[in-house]
Write a protein that binds this ligand. Sequence first.
Ligand code: ATP
Ligand code: MG
Length: 423
Amino acid sequence: MKIAVLCIGTELTRGELVDTNGPWLARALGDQGHTVDEIVSVPDEPAPIALALRHLAGRFPAIVATGGLGPTTDDVTRDAVAEVARVPLERDPDQLEAIRRRLAARGRSLTESNARQADIPRGACVLPNAHGTAPGFSVSIGASRAFFLPGVPREMRAMFTAHAGPALGTAQDGATDQVVLRTWGMPESAVCDALGGLEAAHGVTLAYQVHMPDLDVKVRARAGTCAEASVRARTAADEARRRLGPHVVFGEGQDELGAVVGSLLVERGLSLALAESCTGGLVATMLTDHPGASRFFAGGVVSYANEVKHRLLGVAREELEQWGAVSERVARAMAEGARRRFAVDLALALTGIAGPEGGSEEKPVGLVYIALAGAGSVDCERHVFPGNRSEVRLRAAYAGLAQVRRTVLEHSAGTTGDAHHES
Ligand code: ATP
Ligand code: MG
């Protein structure tokens, strides 16, 4: 069913509060197979609320609204609903008693403001509030069924889950499912081009969501049943994975690159150390954000000063002088030094210019060398990342982790069954 969400609150339209109820409801309704086609915000004023309700009720079989059910004079949702539904407000004795009891439990007595919360449009179905005083309700507005829930997110969520959600049920007009592919390293437009024709061939829709610096590709399918939608989304997602390749698609759903790389290293029995300069520990954070990192991660050095690169990692002073700290030679030496010092299978080193100062024609801001030392070889990549300081650092950290992943995957693809890394 197509459903509209109406968020009522002057804080929303004045820009003092970011709406989280709308997105939460859209997701919850989506999980029940419904489609939210409109999320509208209006201030706590009777006229805009009434106008929005009339407008939405004419176009949607169901509306879920939140906010403005409290005891204060700025909470006018119930008055606006009564006007639009052309019914009077009536004080519900059961709700009045529930409010009285709730207040008494906190040592407070009932006031007229509190009592107003028991005013319900005649003919409405009351939705009890397990976490607050204001009950919600549902009414018919023309051919549309409208649910009114409190604005407080915790109360709204509980009331939706207990009452409005079950009343709306699962969609009878088909089901939707989606597979989210987590990608990195290919620009949005190139990903879009690579997936050309997929929608028509598989009867799915594609949506793209950038979370700097990674990109989610959402493969959505709609079909008669959940099982059909899920098979359709899965088949199209598998095709998308093939087209984009294993280095671009690093996971699905909520997968994080740091966790994916960690699992891969654990699976292959490989240990890793880091020598970070421009990323200042970001790669270590991305790896240790996930539990179980000690199974593969030995540690790292944040070697910002040249002297630290020399003393802790054994980078030769002459190399630092001759090539500069941001150079392929130094990146390689940092990686080799970290691999030796930590006695690990793999060591990743990053050295670069995050900006905003410190760039030159020859070595611009965004220039980062990333070296990975393994048994017998060191690979070094040169990148020039766009963006401000934090974007350069984040892109570099992702590139480093992606380099580890690619190297390990390529290496195991080239060997037979035995997953060991000696070469
Ligand atoms: P109350 O009894 O607290 O007055 P209410 O149903 O009248 O409940 P509102 O006054 O509209 O709810 O909102 C109460 C609080 O809930 C707001 O101050 C805000 O912190 C939060 N809130 C309301 N609407 C939203 C929303 N759409 N997204 C996120 N938070 C919200
Ligand atoms: Mg309020």
